[in-house]
Design a protein. Sequence first.
Lengths: 336, 336
Amino acid sequence: MQDFAKVSGISRPTISKFFNDPGSIRENIRSKIEAALEKYDYYPNFYAINQNRQLNKNIGIVVPYLSDPFFAEIARNLERQCINSGYTPFLFSSHGHKEQENTILDTLRSLKPAGVLLAPIGRRTSDKSKIEKFCNNVPTILFDSNIEGVGSAFIGSDNFTFISQTVTYLNNTGTPPCFFEMKNPANPNAFRRRDAYLKIMQGLNLEPQIISVDGEGWEFEEIGRQGALKVLREKTLKSDTVLCSNDRLAIGFLSACQEMGVKVGKSKDCDLRVAGNDDSPYSKFTSPSLTTSSHDYESVSSQAAESLFTLINNYDKASKRTETLFSAKLIVRNSA
Amino acid sequence: MQDFAKVSGISRPTISKFFNDPGSIRENIRSKIEAALEKYDYYPNFYAINQNRQLNKNIGIVVPYLSDPFFAEIARNLERQCINSGYTPFLFSSHGHKEQENTILDTLRSLKPAGVLLAPIGRRTSDKSKIEKFCNNVPTILFDSNIEGVGSAFIGSDNFTFISQTVTYLNNTGTPPCFFEMKNPANPNAFRRRDAYLKIMQGLNLEPQIISVDGEGWEFEEIGRQGALKVLREKTLKSDTVLCSNDRLAIGFLSACQEMGVKVGKSKDCDLRVAGNDDSPYSKFTSPSLTTSSHDYESVSSQAAESLFTLINNYDKASKRTETLFSAKLIVRNSA
DNA sequence: ATAAAATATTGACGCGAGTTAAAATTTATT
DNA sequence: AATAAATTTTAACTCGCGTCAATATTTTAT
């Protein structure tokens, strides 16, 4: 930078100011710098920049599993929000492993970002005390999956409305649904959905049936398919309507139905109605297209990002932890 | 680190050595450090670590669009490879925009990573001279999408085998296919696939039909669906067999067929056969399940990672640029 | 026990830009 | 034109750890 300052005819501190906020220096000086920049192709060193800075512009984004289209979509939105607000996002995926999540937390601690947007792999799976300690050192907003009392805020979707809307709809238009889920879900929202299903069925004075299928990991479609094949073969379904804990399981379920010659849909000649949750980008294109509940992706991500930005700018002033839940929107398609 | 050295009773340079390679110091000293680490929870500063280092362990991974399941999958594999080899991967998505790709390149230049795995958004879309300059400064391996002469190596899939296998198979089992694609594809491999289709049909002495549908961006399913609806309504298909340029378009095509009551499959009562390319994670679960060509994800990613690691360790010795293409594997399912 | 080899300690410098305070210069105001 | 206000320049310090050379201390081999 010293060299660049010399050749551009501007003092080093001014150059430094320029890179932090080009608007803070006088027009004629700025254009001189810009001209020199064109000519000499200098770029500041990331490590040196951040070494002795009080507040940098780096934001960490952590999701449990980036190959899941839901998280891919959320991550994409969050990155965009950060970029638009002048931050540099660093994206990490825990790959569904606690160890990886911990490693990422260590990396981030060392990166000392201005803030972090964290979707933990789960209250029961994550290393709670580690995350707690992390949040005490780095301004952090939790999203998607809540850990009570941890982080400065939580922003997510209201799993109860997901289920209640759909159960009500399915009940009003036909048989009340049974609930199809993983016995050991990778994502903790599944527990809340199961609870919601039970509560709502109870409220409607209906007998619940929960089908919990085997399988570990994040290959939900295959797990759903295998589970559905089993259920369909053994004919253990007590209802002709199935509500799946998430869309990816539902996609697997639909695939099994096709394989078994079970016709899915709303018309009279159909054997089964199947609904999902999450409105994954692929649900619109299944055969039949999947009836599901949609996250308010846009609201969740913009709210999470906004919360983090204000948190960053007011980190000294302590404020109460907030939890924000966005309601689901029922998306009626052809499968139920 | 000075403080930590004091309380742990070990000298600072030794602590420094410990963090760079715990195996390089004596057992008894190491365990002392580890004990102190437990007790005092010290972690080194990322910026300071990298500031005055000759070779760091950071690797940049850049993909054009992370919400595309193909890139999500490749990125996941690449990250794993890096982690397993002791590197810290930093993942970036260009979000399909040249400007974003350029910004990422700037960030990476400043990050001075040991190496970069880059999948450009495309020979025609990317800022070629910018990428070229970048590659002169940072050890870079290109993957997925080649830019002739740029980077130290290219690793990708052989688009020709994708198409040739499938065309041959479709031709042998029924009508030769027409080719369904985007007029202005977001991913440059589409051009190679189109060319391959033409060449192969010519070689077989068959009349090609290319259907190029409108639409911009990365929402391939919807683009495929709209395009298919148009084609099906206008009955412009000259063949009862459709080969789609990629799986996501095919998924949209299948969705349109379902909507129009067109039956897809291999049996006699079916109207159409549809095949895709890429073997996206969702293709197994469509109705009917999608016949497609599979990338050798594992080989591409491990080869790309390995190439980068050896490049990093031999950056001084100049070696010739190599191009490695992995063949596709035909995955016959029910749609064709 | 002694010599040789391997490792640890001491002390000091450097990385490259952020940051600050005082002095010098430019621009804006009266 | 004189004064006040806003920027820029100068000069120097800082950040935390990598790195290196000389020295001291282990460990291993003889």
